[in-house]
Design a protein. Structure first.
Length: 326
């Protein structure tokens, strides 16, 4: 009989799905790495499990311990699923810009959730970086994950996501395009693909209000680039250690409005009910049009599921309030 021994064994081996209508103007084949097929409905399941297993192996995470992390929702879900199976408690710290659905989903899988203000500096004691770090120091028998600087994040994608894409495209991939937040996905996948073929181009999708694009192009961390933005899960106001800028060939920035509009279009035109960063990724692809040729095989990674954004991009009243639709 063919079955998984527990839910964690279903992580990975997600399909590649061709995009048709939204990418009709591009000359190349565009394939999406469809990560919502993971049990927690996001790419983050992969690195959550890897980070836990590595922490167990070297003794940072002990039996009956508490896992503490700052998350925009998806890493929390992956950690929570692994914690249920392995017998840990979870405390997750989130910024108040994240959708209510994400908070509710984490509570549904037994996690405690602490919500912090978005519009504060990263080193402000109220920020979700600071609060998660402090809880990690104060809570007995706890482990603070720190997905931004934890090398197991990129390692997970080097070991699983990258090899899957290479195998599924039979080594024909020419471009990998993905939204960048913690940097684990782009760095792990990008490193693996470039080791197989140094000519593979790796492009990051960034958002306005984030420091990545300018830092990559100039080496300058410009605080004037930083301001609050709506797009969830990509962009940063810090430089995570997991972002390996040497692997990335370039960034393109996508507006909040375009990210939201294209998230709706993915559902309506392609039947792909996906999260906010997928809309940003598709618009980014279209902005990169001049980089693609007829025989290219472009793989874009879609991070998470639309169910987490029902009260936002999939709510026309919210979209009108923001001025994104008439």
């Amino acid at each position: 009989m063919d079955y998984a021994k527990n839910i964690l064994e279903t992580i990975g081996n997600t399909p590649l799905v061709k995009l048709n209508k939204l990418t009709a103007e591009l000359p190349c084949l565009v394939l999406s790495k469809y990560e919502t097929f993971n049990p927690g409905n996001s790419v983050k399941d992969r690195m959550a499990l890897q980070m836990i297993e590595d922490a167990e192996a070297d003794g940072r995470l002990k039996p009956g311990g508490t896992i503490i992390e700052g998350t925009s929702g998806n890493t929390g879900m992956g950690l929570a699923l692994a914690a249920i199976i392995k017998g840990y408690k979870c405390i997750f710290v989130m910024a108040d810009k994240q959708s209510k659905e994400k908070v509710d989903i984490l509570k549904a899988v037994g996690a405690e959730v602490v919500v912090c203000p978005t519009a504060v500096e990263p080193d402000d004691p109220r920020s979700y970086y600071s609060v998660s770090k402090r809880l990690g120091e104060e809570t007995p028998n706890s482990w603070y994950v720190n997905q931004y600087d934890n090398p197991s994040n990129a390692k997970a994608h080097y070991k699983s996501t990258g090899p899957e894409i290479w195998k599924q495209t039979e080594g024909k991939i020419t471009h990998f395009v993905v939204g960048v937040g913690t940097g684990g996905t782009i760095s792990g996948v990008g490193k693996y693909l470039k080791e197989q073929n140094p000519d593979v181009k790796v492009w990051g999708i960034d958002t306005y209000g984030s420091v990545f694009k300018k830092y990559h192009e100039t080496g300058v961390f410009d605080e004037n680039e930083i301001y609050p933005y709506v797009t969830e899960g990509i962009g940063e106001d810090i430089l995570p250690k997991n972002v390996d800028f040497s692997i990335i060939d370039g960034f393109t920035k996508v507006t909040d409005k375009d990210a939201c509009v294209y998230t709706q279009l993915l559902a309506k035109e392609e039947g792909m009910f996906l999260g906010n960063s997928a809309g940003a990724a598709v618009k980014g692809l279209l902005q990169l049009k001049d980089h693609f040729k007829k025989d290219d095989v472009v793989v874009v990674l879609f991070h998470d599921h639309g169910s987490r954004y029902v009260g936002k991009m999939f709510n026309d009243d919210w979209m009108r309030e923001k001025g994104y639709i008439e």
